[in-house]
Structure formats: structure tokens, C-alpha cells
Design a protein around this ligand. Sequence first.
Ligand code: ABU
Length: 380
Amino acid sequence: MSDNGLPVVNSWNEWDPLQEIVVGSADGAAFEPTEPGNRPQVRDGSAASFPTGPKSAEVKALANEELDGLAVLLTAQGVTVRRPDTYDFSLPVRTPHFEVESQYCAVCPRDVMITLGNEIVEATMSRRGRYFENEPYRRLVYEYWESDPRVSWTVAPKPTMSDAMYRADFWDWAIEERHQRMHASEFCVTQAEVVFDAADMIRFGRDIVVQESMTTNRAGIRWLKRTLEPKGFRVHPVHFPLDFFPSHIDCTFIPLRPGLILTNPDRPIHSDERPLFTENGWQLVDAPEPMLSNTDMPKHCQSSKWLSMNVLSISPTKIICEAQEKPLQDLLHDLGFEVFPVPFRNVFEYGGSLHCATWDIRRDGGPEDYFPSLTRERIR
Ligand code: ABU
């Protein structure tokens, strides 16, 4: 049990006062491998092939310095910070269904692990190089699970990640074809198996919003619905039709406190899905243009410039933002937040920023209903 009587694992949304969190680590990190679910490219526009093998000691040290800085800030705010175990991601993986030359990293626990109330859920993951990315968190999960009988632990079914799970030609689609097929929600993963990354979900108390994407398919969303709805959650699929390579919702749609969602002006939510939020009193506020353009992002980063809006809430009034994102800091300040800037640009190399690089374990609060119109509909 935690000091204030809450279950040791208790986190229902993205903003309630934070008590305990896992911050990622670049130890053991490798370059993400080329595979059917991912075709990483060097960002400088050159035809250079993407590197393989372990990341350099220097690149890992630079990221670790910033991850440690985030841990220091959180600790100073009274938050307990935990870290993953070291794991050698340069090791290959061979299963009966696939083989991959290396794995990736433990910089972004949010991609893999999610706390839904008092339950830890481990995602299926969508890429071969991330098949075992839950391993660095295994010791922590056992510790939480053993220490409090109110904590439950669910591991989603592991997909085969065999060739049939992917559309291998996805990466070569011309823009016209991509446009057509993405409106039919066709991405690099097929519907053959249950597939989701944890970071395609964002939490609003009883309501879980899930993005259909390159990393989460409709079968994955059906699994989440059937697993979570009997436990009292409501699962809502969402789509951002102008995002041609959607992966992970936390650079697109981030709730900051009850009634306020930070949105991505390049990726408006589908017009049919917007009323769920606006009719329940949620204001959608666009993030300002990021300080870095897509071409200025670190050479090996596979995420977009919108890592700028990947903020982490300490509470409904305190928020952590990347140090150089001044326009976003100003907006958050104007919206009434106390803003804590931290340098995090060297973590971008690993495809994530402050939200991606963390995994909430415990926040105050419980399963509130932030969508009263849904409850009224059910009663009617
Ligand atoms: N891992 C988050 C990436 C999302 C984006 O590139 O916009």
C-alpha cells in the first residue's frame, strides 16, 4: 500500500497529482532495425543506409543526462522515480516466426506499458525489434504486483509478427495511393492479429481513447474493448485523417486537465469524433508551431517535430515542457499552468519526449466520468 492508502498502482488519467513514475533509460540502446513494420531513414535526405547495432556511448550519455535531469526535477516535486533494468538491445531475436538483427531501447516505457486504474497492461507491440521491450520493466512489475493484492497485471496476446501481419509494400506507396488507403485505415499492419502499442492510448478516467494507426489495428482495439469494458472502462477509437504515418497519440491529442486537451493543428481529429469531446465540455487548444522543423530533428530520430507537445503533467496545475519550446511554454502559462522547462532534445534521438519517456505508476484520484453525455445515453 502507498503512504496515503492508495493502491501502489493507481493512475486513471494524464493529469492528477503524480506520486510515482518510471523514467526511461538509454542504457543498452541500439538502432531500431529495418523490418516490415518499420523502415527507419536517416533524416538528412541522403540515401545513406540507416545504421545498425548499438548506439554510441556518447549518444546514450547525452540522452541519459537529460533523462536523469527529468528524474531530479520530479524527485524535487515529491514524486518517487523508478528506472528500468539494463537490457542489451543490440541482441538479435529469433522466434519460430521471425528473426531480427537487433532490438531498440528502454527510453520510452510509455510505448510498451500502461497503467489503467489499478491494472498494469503490457502492450502486444507492433514491431519485431520491440517484441521483448517489456523485459526491462519485469522486476518493477513483479514488485508492484507482489506488494499490493489490489494491483492486477495483464499481458496482451503476443502476435506472431510473421510476414502475414504486415503490408510489406506500405513504405513504398505513392502519396495518392497512401491517401486513399489510409482513409480506409490501411497501414503497415494488417488486421490478421491483435496489435497495439500502449502509446496509442490516452486516459480520461473511465474513458480510454485509442488511435487506430500504424502501430494499433482494429483487432487490437477490439481486444482492448473486450478486455477493458467489462471492468467498467469505455474504449473510444479515434482517427486523425491528415496524419499519413500515425503512430502514438501523445504528439497529437493530450489532455492536460479536466476540460482541456492540447491538440496538433496539423492533425485535427475526425469530424465525426470531435463532438464526443466538445459536447462533454472539453476545449481543444492547438499547440503552437514547434521550434524545430521536421528536417532539423536529430538525424536518427523517426518521430515528427510534434515531439514538442509531448508534455508531462505533474498535476492539473503543473506541467513539464521541453526547455527550448518557448511558444508552448507561453501558451501553457497563459492557460494557467506553472511550467517546468527541462532540456530533452537529446532524447528525441530515441523517438520520444517527456510523455513517451515515462510511465505513470501512481497518481491521486479515481475512475471519474469526464463524459457525462455517455452515461446519460446509457440511462435513457
Ligand atoms: N512516439 C511518438 C511519435 C509521434 C509523432 O511522430 O508525431
